[in-house]
Design a protein around this ligand. Sequence first.
Ligand code: ADP
Length: 481
Amino acid sequence: MTHLTRQELQQTHCFINGAWMGAGQQLPVHNPATGQLIARVPRCDGTQARTAIEAAHAAGTGWAATPAGQRARLLRRWFELIVAHTEELAQILTEEMGKPLAEARAEIGYGAAYVEWFAEEARRIHGDVIESGRPGSTFVVVKRPVGVVAAITPWNFPCAMLARKLAPALAAGCTVVAKPAEQTPLSALALARLAELAGVPAGVINVVTGDPVAIGAQLCANPLVRKISFTGSTHVGKLLIRQSADTVKRLSMELGGNAPFIVFDDADLDLAVTGAMHSKFRNAGQTCVCANRIYVQAGVYDRFLEKFVARVRALTVGNGLEAVDIGPLIDARAVAKAALHVRDAVDQGARVLVGGGAHALGGNFFAPTVLADVRADMLITREETFGPVAPVIRFESESEVLAQSNDSDFGLAGYFYSADPARVARVAQALECGMVGINTGLISSEVAPFGGIKQSGYGREGSHYGIDDYLSIKSLCHGDL
Ligand code: ADP
């Protein structure tokens, strides 16, 4: 198997119709830990986006007609190349995004798992045969690829978010134009380079880097794009929904969350503390399924805080290339938002138990923070913080905490800890969200459906459901011959 060096993987051109090409203007990519310039990539606009869409469209017929087994083998080869290049990909990811190298390696494994999963699912796209009820006629239901897919991905998981859109799209027989976040284009380009090496035909995967507004407008307006799969903020998701109305596109929207994390009196406290650490502080709190509101029942409130604060105090902060627990936030705007949420809570009576603001390292580093005595009307419980700040709220009863948890426009993830089977059954049903962690803080897996309800979006990624978003149902009514 060919092995590329990190330099060979770090592409600085965009990838259109199997060719690596530049654009007149360039987009700088910075390391959020140091502020240093890492690379410049093309600053594409609507023109290059259109070229990529046309290439994807032209490649679509051939790719859809490629036998599923052949598509599966190509995906499998891509998966193996990703795994073989874990170290190189993780280095690129940490440099452009900031997360600790150990988490970057885990993300490459997690992203690769989606490619492996959908390599397997490619051969399991089944329809139905339905008796019509009328003599002499039968319905045959087949599933067809939706066509050209635009994949718009965020910076917080630059490898995994792309892999979990590209893999089901390719498995279903769709071709793709990917637009990675402007902060983290290098991971997407490196994945495309490995797909090229795996033998994925020209035009099947295209990656355009650059101006999100101009590229986004083209992806939404162009009738050749039949579907948009987006992961990012609710604000941009709503914009894409509006912009796609005129061409009536299929949409998958994985938007913001505001996850409640509930610890009941009967919970295993050590397990709950560990779960809160995973759910809150992974990726420095920059995941859409991060615990955003930690509700702890009165009977264990003080003990939970004591154990939790001790764990948070022990977290090490620094450049992700060194052995640290928490890297920098993505940019100064993210630091300002976390600081605002802390300030607003403290002004209204919350107590800072550890951290509380910018980290001594300066730059984009934020101190891991625990706030106690947070209340429902504070900014930090209403909005997604996307930073390493844990607001802890005391509650008395199950009905009270369920009402507060569900009092949100969002419904992506929720978590709770309880040893009572009857409560587990009740609360799991009652939480209004797409995914529930029960006595665990880690809920993401390629084998399970990922996605939300309410303004957290619609569509599911991963699992056997994940391929449905890329398939259209076609009914063939067979009459008498
Ligand atoms: P965040 O606030 O976490 O950066 P965004 O929703 O802004 O999340 O970004 C997610 C993705 O959406 C990125 O790839 C970004 O470039 C893209 N994006 C931002 N604005 C637009 C837009 N107007 N049209 C299309 N894509 C956009």
